[in-house]
Design a protein. Structure first.
Length: 125
């Protein structure tokens, strides 16, 4: 009844992707064409937490802010790889232990590198 190989096994996934994509596309177009289009000066004003906007919204941010954010995401994603190892720690044995030690050593080398380069210093010199 079921075949072990072939593209036919992926047909349900393909149908699901087509139906989901079609639903999203159809919904976007229908709401765009059928929705109300009432614009006014008050409706087009910027709104932020009920506070009147003041000044220019194009204030430049320091590159260090973005660098810290990128480094956080990088190390956060790398730490996620520790969870499967922790869950299956006993069955991985000694080889799994030393592989994780080497993985954490690479993480530490990278961390000390960014510390040495001063990527996390917030001084405005």
């Amino acid at each position: 009844m079921y075949s072990d190989s072939g593209a036919i096994n992926y047909l349900p996934i393909l149908i699901t992707v087509i139906v989901a994509g079609g639903f999203v596309t159809l919904t976007m177009f229908v709401t765009h064409f059928l929705g109300p289009k009432r614009s006014s000066k008050i409706k087009l004003e910027t709104f932020e937490c009920g506070i009147e906007p003041q000044g220019n919204a194009r204030i430049p941010f320091s590159v260090k802010y973005f660098l810290a954010a990128i480094l956080f995401v990088l190390f956060d994603v790398e730490v996620i790889f520790l969870y499967p190892w922790a869950v299956d720690f006993k069955s991985l044995g000694t080889a799994g232990f030393w592989e994780m030690i080497s993985y954490m050593a690479v993480l530490l080398v990278g961390f000390f590198y960014i510390l040495k380069k001063g990527a996390l210093k917030w001084d405005t010199d």
